[in-house]
Structures are given as structure tokens and as C-alpha cells.
Design a protein around this ligand. Sequence first.
Ligand code: GDP
Ligand code: ZN
Length: 457
Amino acid sequence: MSLKATTIAAISTPLAVGGIGVIRISGNQARQIASKVFAPVSSREICTVSGYTALYGRVFDQEGDIDDAVATVFISPRSYTGEDVVELSCHGGLYLVQRVLRAVLNAGAVLAEAGEFTKRAFLNGKLSLTQAEAVMDLISAQGEQAARSALSTRDGVLFRKIAGITKGLLEIAAHLSAWVDYPDEEIPEITDTEILTSLQSAKMQLAQLLSTFDVGRVIKEGVETAIVGRPNVGKSTLMNLLAGFQRSIVTDIPGTTRDIVEDTVNVGGAVLRLADTAGLRETDDVVESVGVELARKKLETAGLILAVFDSSEKLSQEDMRLIESMKNRPAIAIINKSDLERKIDADFIKQNISHTVYTSAQSGQGVDVLAKTITDVLGLFHFDSSSAIIANERQRCCAQRAKTSVDEALDALNSCFTFDAVNVCIDDAIAALLELTGERASEAVVNEVFSNFCVGK
Ligand code: GDP
Ligand code: ZN
């Protein structure tokens, strides 16, 4: 991987009208290029300032002045990318920012590729690969938990955790290599028990880390959540309550929600991708039966099931079927219309479903308990957003590879194979962990990570 000598530029704020628009320039020519399009009102020069400096002035091109602007100058290595960086902040008009960018490109900068600023930060050692990925997660975070957790990763929590495991493995590897290479020399003793303890500790830490992946996915991507139940129990009313606005069609004619209405909502820090489904019932209506079929499919694939029951009615055949299909699934039974006289056999539901909540979707009563139960069922209640978590499939693959290699090393040790054989497995584990943090990742892996970024970041 070689650092490009080019100076890059891009619009770093969204391509929309806003108060401020930022054009970012990075590279060893950043200050020279900026000085060709920006004239400070003071007598100071972009090319000669030292350290962080903000200059007020004008951006211009061959045709004349474009806008008032502030140029913020960061001198290498103390910048986001580690290179010289100039950020031109002008008014956030689409025409303005594009014209300023064009002027910067005409002055010698090259248009930045997606994620190229962050990629340069990585190549210059400002960030690990996991930290760079966290920058992207921060930008795309939809909920509080996701944002907090991404910030922890950005701060290096995951990197330090991995580095700790790697260090332990490197110590054993160094001892074992010395042993293998110089069998006759006096090498400080390392006993089988010490190797075993070290490997077992690495194994446990990797297993713990891998177990964070599911919760990580939940907070990042949200959970497919199906609201199911027979017609008229209050599914749409509940969905609207959770979504906070009128979304599904609420009527008292059974069977009005005919296909699936979807919405993303934030419940207690968890992002739910809610689907309000057609009421489950046998029907001769062709259109309705398609909806019912979709609802049953959704019930099978959902990551969370919110099954709604009408407490003012006895459990029906359809209710019993629903309870049966919820067993051993992440599900919450919602006994709705609790404001009405209760006729339902609530004990039967509780015996079969481990989480039961009483609500009145119409008045909103019970929704706070429901929110808490949801975070509980998803394992978010005890989730600590400041701890290390595996945030994506790439990281999970690397961690899994490392754990498999540690398992193999343990097997080799227990089967009394040579230290050489054990060492090969440990080396594989170390390689996987260094790929995870990006310390030893191929160019293809690095390019793949940054290709998912947006332009300007
Ligand atoms: P869905 O067919 O399951 O989506 O049911 P809807 O949400 O369309 O609601 C059916 C009817 O029940 C509507 O008239 C709602 O106003 C009413 N309803 C919903 N929730 C409650 C509740 O908690 N209490 C009472 N009394 N009525 C409710
Ligand atoms: Zn409905």
C-alpha cells in the first residue's frame, strides 16, 4: 500500500441546502491549492500559518468572488488524515459548494474517492481499521445505543481488546519459536500449563467477543419485528402508538390491514423495524388471504414477535395457534384492551410465553413496560455501550478465524503434538487478529472497507 502524493478534495457536508457547506482539501499541496482560491482579509497567509488556524476571507475563481468563507488550516500530522488539511466553510448552497469545489479542483486537487480521507487517516496510522469502520457506523447510527457504541469503538475500545489478546498470543509464540529454533540453548522455561492457561484465556475472550455480535447487530441494523394477532385486537393501534404517529389504517372492520405496513421506530434505545401484518384468520377473500400468508411468513422470520391478544375476548382457535407458533421464539405476548372487562385466560398465555405485558394501545397505558420488556428480550437491558463489541461481518469472520485457530492450538497441545504444530496454529490466530485491526490487512480488504464510505468522509 503506497500513500498517494496527490492532494484530494471533496464536499464533506451533505449535498443539500444548509447553513454551512464544507469543502475539505487534504494532501501536501493542500495549503498551496487553498491559497489559489481563498484570500484572507487579514494579512496572514494560508501557506505560512502554523498549527490550527482559522482565517476569515473570500473564496474566488477566475470569474470572481464566490462567497464569504472561513478557511480552517490543520498542519500535518495534527489533522484528521495526518496530512495538511484545509477546510473551506462557506454558505451551504448547492451551487456555492459545487462552484468552490470546482475552483479547488482547477487549482490542482483531485476529487476524493468514497472514504478516501478516512482511508488516508488509516494509512497514516491515525486510526485502526476497526476505528475507521466505527466512523462509518457513527455516521449511519439510527439510535442512541448504536451511536454510543460506535463512539466507544471509535475511541479504540475494540482495538485495545484485540491488541490485548494478540499480545498474549505473541508472547507464547515468541517462546515457542525460540524453543523450536534453538532446541539446545538454555531458553527460559515456559511450561505446558502456562501455554494452556494463556490459550484458554484467549479462547474465552474471543468467545465473549463473538457473543457480542448479535447484540451489536440489533443496535446497529435494528430488529425485524412482526406485530401479529387476529383481526381487530389492536395491532395497528399499537403500531401507531410505538411509531408515534398515524401510520396504519385503524378501523373496527376486521381485516382492514391487508398487506404489511412497515416502519422503523426507536424503542428504549433499540431500533425496531416494525411490520404491522394482516390479522391472522381463515378467510375466503383472495386479497386478504395473501396478506394472511405474508403475516405467517413474517412470523417465521422475524427477530422479535409482538403477539397481540384482545383481553375482552376469550382465547380463540387462532390465538391458540399463534401461542403455539411463538414457543421458543423471541416473543412478547401483549394482552391489549386492558381497559375493558377481562375475559381472556391470561394464565394460559403466561404459562406458554415467558414475557407477557398488559396494554391499552388506545390510551397508551402499559407502553413503557412494553418498551422495557422489548430491550430485555433483545438482551439490550444489560448492554454496556462502552464495552468492546464486534460491529460487522468482516470483524466477526476474523475473530471467528482467530478462535478456531486457538481451538486447534489447544487440541494440538492436548494431543501432545510438537510445539511447532502448536505454533503454526497460534501464528494463524495472530494473523487473523492483525487483519481484524488492520495492522496486517491486505490492500483488497482495506479497499473493501473504505468503498462502503460516502464521498467526503
Ligand atoms: P387490528 O385489526 O389488530 O390492527 O386492530 P386495530 O388497531 O385496527 O383496532 C381495532 C379496534 O380496536 C379499533 O376500533 C381500535 O380503536 C380498538 N382498540 C385498539 N386498542 C384498544 C384498546 O387498548 N382498548 C380499547 N378499548 N380499544 C382498542
Ligand atoms: Zn390493522
